[in-house]
Ligand binder design. Structure first.
Ligand code: HEC
Ligand code: HEC
Length: 326
């Protein structure tokens, strides 16, 4: 598809409340571009009994699985879901398709993005809408931070440049990759290994439990919108990531696991965790510090343990986390 037109179309759709049943919500209502694509709320508006915290969409194109529970294996499928989720934009496929076909501006933008008339088939059309939304979101990048400048200075051997990075953050970084073992999970450029873990955040919700990855996997594996399905542009055979999906298996340990979130622009996306239960970075560090090991899964290698940090160490860790935002 001609990329710039798809991105422009996706950007328009992202802010378009006509894609919601009551004409009140757009993607940008919850993923606010002025707040690092977050909403500042504990639980997203309208999500049923309000079950989950809204993830930021910065660097989202680099993720392997989408949603706190990994219910999607592509950015476009994760973008189609909120359109038809009764707890979000609450549309039927045919209504989304109709609102694109019936509006001359939307229809023209759609045709420009895909270089062809809008498909007759509703599902096909909505999949294209989702792919345009994905093309736009793939342009969302987190800004450079004090930590990036420090890392680059170290790589260049520029000790003067490196010395500009606050000492408290340097000590926090040492803890993060050393004793506190945070980087076992929060690794790579976005500080996530793109896997799932149970870190003892309670998963009880009004009226039951949030099954986390266990529920996400059952959704993903039964969805015809996954990479094994007919809408994979590359084709399941040629797509190495389809292989990852094919090899997934649901196991009991997935119950109560959630995706390891990236840590960039954290200072703009409070509160934290899948249920927004921790208000500040100090509270997050305290959670790991005073971890209730009894609450964690017993199977598998235990990575997390109670840290028993001194107050100055906890403060250093927070100082480091703050340097991952601009
Ligand atoms: C009512 C608030 C709300 C609206 C409206 C909304 N989202 Fe979301 N979005 C969320 C929440 C909450 C999640 C986490 C869902 C989960 O884990 O099940 C999420 C997750 C996502 C993800 C996965 C991100 C990741 O890091 O895995 C993408 C992509 C996304 N939304 C895109 C969109 C698009 C595109 C739209 C508009 C079509 C949209 N969202 C509308 C609240 C919202
Ligand atoms: C075993 C893997 C693992 C380790 C080790 C780990 N984390 Fe996490 N981290 C996670 C997971 C999973 C979540 C999300 C949990 C949830 O929402 O239920 C998370 C959430 C977070 C968040 C909240 C981010 C957000 O946007 O909501 C921060 C901040 C964080 N971790 C920092 C740390 C620090 C600091 C350490 C070291 C003390 C650490 N993590 C160690 C897996 C890990």
């Amino acid at each position: 598809m001609p990329e710039p037109a798809a991105v422009a179309y996706g950007r328009r759709l992202f802010g378009d409340p006509a894609l919601s049943a009551d004409g009140r919500l757009s993607c940008a209502t919850c993923h606010d571009p002025l707040r690092a694509f977050h909403d500042g709320r504990t639980l997203a508006e309208g999500r049923g009994a309000g079950v989950r915290n809204t993830p930021s969409l910065l660097d989202v194109a680099d993720r392997r699985w989408f949603g706190w529970d990994g219910a999607h294996d592509s950015l476009w499928a994760a973008s189609l879901a909120p359109l038809v989720d009764p707890r979000e934009m609450n549309m039927r496929l045919e209504d989304v398709a109709q609102r694109v076909r019936d509006d001359p501006l939307r229809r023209a933008a759609h045709q420009a993005a895909f270089g062809a008339p809008t498909p007759r088939d509703d599902l096909e059309l909505v999949v294209q809408v989702a792919k345009a939304l994905a093309a736009y979101q793939a342009t969302l990048r987190s800004p450079r931070t004090a930590f990036d400048h420090f890392r680059d200075a170290v790589v260049r051997g520029d000790s003067q440049g490196a010395a500009r990075y606050p000492l408290a953050a340097q000590r926090g970084l040492r803890l993060f990759i050393g004793e506190a073992r945070c980087s076992v999970c929060h690794a790579g450029p976005a500080f996530t290994n793109d896997e799932f873990a149970d870190i003892g955040v309670p998963f009880f919700v009004a009226g039951g439990v949030d099954a986390g990855r266990h529920g996400g996997l059952s959704k993903l594996l039964t969805s015809y919108l996954n990479r094994l399905g007919p809408f994979n542009d590359v084709g399941a055979e040629a797509d190495p990531r389809a292989l990852l999906t094919r090899h997934l298996k649901i196991e009991p340990r997935h119950f109560g696991e959630f995706r390891v979130p990236g840590l960039r622009q954290l200072t703009r996306t409070a509160p934290y965790m899948h249920n927004g239960s921790l208000a500040t970075l100090e509270e997050v560090v305290r959670h790991y510090d005073l971890l209730d090991e009894e609450r964690l899964h017993v199977d598998g290698e235990r990575i997390l343990r109670r840290l028993n940090l001194r107050p100055d160490q906890a403060a250093d860790l927070v100082a480091f986390l703050r340097t991952l935002s601009d």
